[in-house]
Design a protein around this ligand. Sequence first.
Ligand code: URA
Length: 264
Amino acid sequence: MNRQPTHHSTQSHLTASLTAYLEDLQESGVDGMPLELLSPAETEPTPKRAAPPEQESRIEINEQLNTPEIHETLEQIRKNLGPCQRCKLGATRKNLVFGVGNPKARLVFVGEGPGADEDAQGEPFVGDAGKMLNRIIAAMELKREDVYICNVVKCRPPQNRPPESDEVSACMPFLLRQIQSVRPEAIVALGTSAAHAILQTKVPISKLRGKFHDFHGIPLMPTYHPSYLLRTGGNSDSFWSVWDDMTQVLQLLKLPVPDKSRKK
Ligand code: URA
C-alpha cells in the first residue's frame, strides 16, 4: 500500500494546543508526556484553554494531528511507555500490548484493549477476534503488515471488561502519539469502547458507524468490533455493515474495492 502525499499545514496552533493538553495531563499526574520533544520556544508556559473543568482532558477533535515539529518514532514512544504502571491495569497484565504493523501505514485499526491471547503474546488482535480482523483486512485485499493495529488501552482489563475512564485517560496520550507518529490517512475504530473513547461520545456504535468522523483532521470510521461479528455469524447483516464501512475506507484511500457479493 503506497502512501499518498499528505498535506501538512503549519502547526504552531496545534503545537500550542498539544503542549497545553500534555501539560494538563502532566499536572493531573499522568507521566510520559513528550514535552521535551517540543522546541524550547514551544515549551514556554502555554496559556491554558478556557475550557470548563469537565472538558479539560478532552481531546480537541478538530485539530490536525499531523505535526512534523514533534515527530517521534514508534520505538521512542514504546520506550517512553516503559514498564508502565500509570494505571491499575499495569498490576495485572502479563505483557504490555503496544501495537503492530507498518509504522507508515495509511490505515490504522484501533481496538478496545488486549484480551487473554494478546496479553499472553504481547501483540494486538492475535486471538479469535484477531482472526476475524485478519479476514476483514484480507477481504480489503490488504495484508496485516500493510496496516498498523493497536488498542485504546495497552494492558488487558481483568475478565476482559471494558476499560474504565481513568485507564483510558492514562493511555490516551500514547494512542495519540502513536497516531501522530504513523500519520495515517484513515483510522478505523473497532467497536463501541474504542469509538466512544476516541470520539468522546456515548452515541451507540450502530449510529456512529457508516460515516467518517473527524479525529484531529484524520477521517475516522467507527465500525463493529470483530468479536461482535463472531457472535452474530459469518454472513450476518453486521458483517455486511462492516464491509460497507471498509468499502468507504478503501474509496477514501483510493484503493480498489474488491467485489464481494452477499450470499443469498
Ligand atoms: N479485542 C481488542 O479490542 N483488541 C485486541 O487486541 C484483541 C481483542
